[in-house]
Write a new protein. Structure first.
Length: 104
């Protein structure tokens, strides 16, 4: 189960992801087992990654994004055009998120 990120946490992750290049790129073959394994491996290693999804229409892109998030238990940080930013905390905890504050 992916964690739910607060707005403050998402903003922090977006700032960290800004300079990153996509580590996984989906092409004409779409979402395959190998691509999912590569995304999972990249999340274990980096915690915060970009995935480029190109060559598909808007509805198909959303279905692919939903499948990636479901299969990898990652959190969707941001979608800009064809770039998806994902976050999933690893056991090493490389990124420390700002504390989630409760609304009063």
């Amino acid at each position: 189960m992916s964690i739910t990120l607060t707005t403050k946490q998402k903003q922090y992750l977006k700032s960290l992801a800004h300079h990153l290049n996509p580590v996984v790129m989906l092409g004409n073959n779409g979402l395959t087992e190998g691509v999912l394994a590569e995304i999972d491996n990249a999340l274990n290693h980096h915690e915060l990654i970009k995935v480029k999804i190109s060559g598909v229409d808007r509805e198909t892109k959303q279905l692919i994004i939903d499948a990636i998030i479901r299969e990898t238990n990652a959190s969707n940080v941001q979608i800009i055009g064809h770039i998806l930013v994902l976050y999933r905390q690893s056991e090493d905890k490389k990124i420390s998120l700002p504390k989630a504050t409760k609304a009063v």
